[in-house]
Design a protein around this ligand. Structure first.
Ligand code: HEC
Ligand code: HEC
Length: 350
């Protein structure tokens, strides 16, 4: 009897120890998972409720929306192109109809959805506020967190009137049927990216673009030139102090290419003048050298002279960063970013 009771309480103790250890383990693993993946991996993305907001169609909005969609990047990603031609024309009748993004180094299969008013395969059944929330806040029509290659973090600074114009323009496109699968992002990125969307609850006013540098600063940040033109570490994070100095490496159907150093350093583009810059953006060529299609000049070159001149004026004010990048040379190890690109071996750590 006593022996049995003793065994029983030992058993209870053992069970209790196992239970405590299990709870501690669950907490440790849970805390680690929240630390690595972020709290929103478990809670779902931050989002606001949809409103019944609608945007009135005006000729001014249609024109402004068309200009923005064709020059800041929307139509580049959200339309299928004939990549065999130099200027990547959109397939006839398919403006805004979506496509699989062509880059081969993405963490999954990424589709830019059909935004034409087609009811079956496009945005025909989505409300204006679904589109508005997606563009500036990163939440899709169905409530999912959008993968950040859709530059919603940049578009957050898009003034209300420009947002309205873009939506009015997409709504005016001829509906195009184009069945596309859903984006599929791999683990752990698909959880980590749930932390990125941020609701907007206040109006976004028109920025101060009263001089070329201010205009350029606004546009460069809206478009996100630095996302491509800043080198990244092996966690794909921008390397501090090297903004706009190029050398980020892309694997694309058009070969492996590194972005260019756009700073005024001797290793950047000190020899550019405004005319040469506008010509490069319009033609996709610098003298006889054709730019790799990863540089989306075929849309960015649709900007007006005033907008492009502003971008150039802003780039000239950037901090010079010594970083040799030359895609016409064979890839060599660059000690500044620990990756291989043309002229990498000409760089020295300070
Ligand atoms: C670099 C490529 C790229 C650019 C530039 C881009 N998008 Fe996107 N966009 C995407 C991708 C990819 C998705 C889908 C992401 C996902 O499914 O996680 C998306 C999603 C969206 C959605 C959400 C669709 C839905 O399912 O609810 C809207 C709306 C949208 N984009 C509008 C725009 C507008 C307007 C612009 C220009 C101001 C723009 N995009 C520029 C790639 C891009
Ligand atoms: C999707 C990534 C991407 C984006 C966005 C992007 N670029 Fe580029 N850009 C590149 C790559 C890659 C190259 C290198 C092309 C080559 O060497 O063939 C390049 C090259 C250039 C060049 C040519 C420099 C030279 O003389 O070799 C200029 C100028 C330029 N980009 C300006 C810009 C500006 C301004 C923006 C924003 C308005 C921008 N780029 C946005 C990827 C990008």
């Amino acid at each position: 009897m006593t022996r049995f009771a003793l065994g029983d309480s030992r058993m209870k103790l053992a069970l209790r120890v196992v239970l405590v250890v299990a709870i501690v383990l669950i907490i440790v693993v849970g805390v680690a998972a929240v630390k690595v993946l972020g709290p929103r991996a478990f809670l779902g993305p931050r989002s606001r409720s949809l409103t019944s907001l609608t945007f009135e169609v005006t000729p001014r909005r249609l024109a402004r929306g068309k200009y923005l969609a064709s020059s800041i990047g929307c139509l580049y990603c959200h339309s299928p192109h004939d990549w065999s031609q130099h200027d990547d024309p959109i397939l006839p009748g398919m403006t805004g109809a979506g496509q699989q993004l062509p880059y081969t180094d993405l963490p999954g299969k990424v589709f830019a959805p059909n935004l034409t008013p087609d009811k079956d395969t496009g945005a025909g059944n989505w409300t204006d506020d679904m589109l508005a929330r997606a563009i500036r806040e990163g939440i899709g029509h169905d409530g999912r967190a959008l993968f950040g290659i859709m530059p919603f973090a940049h578009y957050r600074s898009m003034p209300d009137e420009d947002l309205a114009s873009i939506i009015v323009y997409f709504r005016s496109l001829p509906p195009a049927r184009n069945v596309l699968p859903k984006t599929e992002i791999i683990f752990p990125v698909k959880y980590i990216m749930q932390n990125d969307p941020q609701p907007l609850t206040a109006a976004v006013p028109v920025p101060d673009i009263s001089d070329p540098v201010k205009r350029g600063s606004f546009l460069v940040n809206l478009i996100g030139c630095a996302d491509c033109h800043t080198p990244v570490d092996n966690h794909h994070m921008p390397i501090p102090g090297m903004e706009f100095s190029g050398g980020q490496i892309f694997q694309t159907p058009w070969g492996t290419v590194a972005s260019a150093n756009l700073t005024p350093d001797p290793s950047g583009i000190p020899y550019y003048d405004e005319g040469m810059f506008i010509k490069a953006m319009r033609t996709g060529a610098v003298g006889a050298r054709e730019l790799n299609k990863t540089m989306p000049w075929s849309v960015l070159g649709n900007m007006t002279d005033e907008d492009l001149a502003g971008i150039f004026a802003y780039l000239k004010t950037r901090k010079p960063v010594s970083h040799h990048v030359d895609n016409t040379e064979p890839p060599t190890l660059c000690p500044l970013e620990g990756a291989m690109h043309g002229a990498g071996n000409q760089n020295r750590k300070q």
